[in-house]
Design a protein around this ligand. Sequence first.
Ligand SMILES: [Zn+2]
Length: 123
Amino acid sequence: MDRTGRLASLIAHHADPIGHLVGILSFTLPRFRDGCFLYVTDRGLARLILSRRGYSAITFGHVVVAARTLPETIWRHELRHVTQYETVGCAFLPLYLLLYRRHGYRAHPLERDASSPTRIFDG
Ligand SMILES: [Zn+2]
């Protein structure tokens, strides 16, 4: 892969740089899994936004930051968020935040979709 190809794989979605920034500020390097970058760490920013708030992982585009090694069910949940990002595009983060404000986390339609066998989006 040439330099342009490597950069393109690092930034395949507009939200990817946010995920890489969170990962880097969590003091670890990513590994590549199922077409995504995965940072596993319970330090730095990951500790603040995940562990201390009771969450195990967060996804930005094709980048997943996890506070610990994820069970397969949670990994599949995060991969659904990746599909949601690909489907919704640049509107994903504003849409997610709007729905979070209205529904909270547990009743959030995109969270329910990520955890349900019935999908809003195919993929
Ligand atoms: Zn989720």
